[in-house]
Write a protein that binds this ligand. Structure first.
Ligand code: MSP
Length: 503
């Protein structure tokens, strides 16, 4: 492997038809947590996110709003960028599929595949879901018993399909079924979690049909350079962002805007996606890369879906949760914490404000916040805010025990088992709370000040470990805790409340 290679993490490119909500935030925050973790270990990391701006879906909403698709895209892309800033996401790049650096590379890749014979011209006749930007066949989407209407079979979609017949270019996806199956077999970590990979393998085993990759009925897209009445099918366009963003040049492309950093970045180490777009990333995208002769990503990780107060989020219900509704009341870090403590990564889960509040009061205000404030208060009171320097190892009983959880926390984060990482950390928080309750240092202070000194020292050192471990999840709270614990060498003073109680 190239020694300068960075750990390259991506999120999906979000459609610019609607404002960011908690579902988008979830994926991006998972990517940010993993990125922060690796950075904290001194590894070079590159986190890419961005927006998917072409296609009929965007064309339609812009038309309905009476604005040009580009203006519509500009507005929503800016909202996404602001949201990531607000949520403390540290991304290294933000790609928009309308940027020249992407457009020219997609065009070059298309021409290369055309010349190679992996793309050919034909007629597409079948069904199309605008909401999912997906083609469906008659058999995949049989007519409804009563209405005879065909609906999108995607889980949670069910929108009416459009029958379309148009001249199209096709990508020879069928040719890649066998190589894909071989790749899945040889690389068991490629499709994650395992529980979702079987479905993909079975799907590919059924055989793959060639994929229509251009449209003549849509204007808002990347024109095929050699035949501009066609625009590139939006998924065939958007999937390539992960590699166009690296500056990669498809075979045959000489000049290109932007530097070629593909050696530093490609192949991606992990693509984070929601379960509904797993198939695009697990089947179409690797086949495209095979056709281009580029290495495949190391892993595609599909997580589950959030419902809100038991309901699917939808336009008709108008129940999309804007993360700001939560962060205005509880702060950004609490939102970040709740999402990953609540739902095991990979499963589905339900977001409820009541549950968030319970967690806030119990796990954050009480278990963690109180512990930090009690400990810092006692260090101020009994030790004048100063810890003994270089305490002898035998005086610290708990710190080494807490320390042993470190590798398990790291391993859980690296396996993207983010809930497990938090569970491990909170098990240690629990250990420290029990210690304080058992030893009752406020009583001990009267009888054995020496013992209190070492006990507080033990607690502060243990808490510093915990303060560090939570930093990928709660970066701001982590800094506050570490500062309160004098981790930077300062005096220890009673910490201001980290989580004011909510009733
Ligand atoms: N534009 C495509 C992706 C192209 S990637 C080359 C797209 N965009 S999207 O705006 O619809 O975003 C979908 C992604 O947002 C999901 O895959 C998931 O990451 C996230 N989520 C959207 N709703 C979600 C939930 N209700 N719950 C969890 N994540 C969800 O698809």
């Amino acid at each position: 492997m190239n020694p300068g290679k960075k750990f390259y993490i991506t999120t999906p490119l979000y459609y610019v038809n609607a404002s960011p909500h908690i579902g988008h935030a979830y994926t991006t925050l998972a990517a940010d947590i993993l990125a922060r973790h690796h950075r904290s270990k001194g590894r070079a990391v590159h986190l890419l996110t961005g927006t998917d701006e072409h296609g009929s879906k965007i064309e339609e909403v812009a038309l309905a709003a009476g604005v040009e698709p580009r203006a519509y895209a500009d507005k929503i892309a800016a909202e996404f960028a602001e949201m990531w800033k607000h949520l403390e996401v540290l991304h290294d790049d933000f790609i928009r599929t309308t940027q020249t650096r992407h457009v020219t590379r997609v065009q070059a890749a298309f021409e290369h595949l055309l010349a190679k014979g992996d793309i050919y011209k034909g007629i597409y006749k079948g069904y199309y879901c605008v909401a999912c930007e997906t083609y469906w066949t008659e058999t995949e989407a049989p007519p409804d018993g009563d209405s005879g209407m065909r609906r999108c079979p995607n889980e949670g979609c069910g929108k009416e399909l459009k029958l379309t017949e148009e001249e199209s270019y096709f990508f020879k996806l069928s040719k890649y079924a066998a190589p894909l199956l071989e790749h899945y077999e040889k690389n068991p970590g490629f499709l994650m979690p395992r529980s979702r990979s079987l479905e993909i393998v079975n799907f590919v085993k059924e055989g793959l049909r060639d994929l229509a990759v251009s449209r003549t009925k849509v204007r808002w897209g990347i024109p095929v350079a050699s035949d501009p009445k066609h625009v590139v099918y939006v998924w065939f366009d958007a999937l390539q962002n992960y590699i166009t963003a690296t500056g990669y040049r498809p075979p045959g492309m000489k000049d290109a805007e932007g530097e070629d950093h593909s050696q530093e970045l490609w192949p991606a180490d992990i693509h984070f996606v929601g379960k509904e777009i797993f198939r695009f990333h697990a089947v179409i995208w690797p086949a495209m890369l095979m056709a281009l002769g580029a290495p495949l990503p190391k892993c595609v990780y599909a997580h589950g879906w959030w419902t809100v107060e038991g309901q699917k989020m939808s336009k008709s219900k108008g129940n999309f949760v804007n993360p700001r509704e939560i962060t205005n009341e509880y702060g950004v870090d609490v939102f970040r914490y709740h999402l990953f403590r609540e739902m095991p990564f990979g499963n589905d889960g339900d977001f409820s404000v009541e549950k968030l509040k319970q967690r806030y009061n119990a796990e954050l205000a009480n278990d963690l916040g109180n512990l930090v404030s009690r400990v810092t208060n006692m260090v101020e009171k009994y030790l004048d805010g100063v810890l003994p320097e270089n305490p002898p190892a035998e005086k610290l009983e708990t710190t080494p025990r807490v320390e042993t959880a470190g590798p398990a926390v790291d391993a859980a984060i690296e396996a993207v088992d983010l809930q497990e990482a938090l569970n491990r950390i909170w098990a240690e928080v629990g250990r420290l709370n029990r210690l304080v309750n058992e030893k009752e240092p406020w009583k001990l202070a009267k009888t054995d000040p020496e013992a209190v000194k070492w006990l507080l020292c033990d607690l502060v050192f243990s808490l510093r470990l915990i303060g560090g471990w939570i930093s990928p999840f709660m970066p701001e709270i982590s800094s506050k805790i570490l500062a309160a614990l004098g981790a930077d060498g300062g005096k220890i003073e009673k910490a201001p409340p980290l989580f004011p109680r909510k009733d």
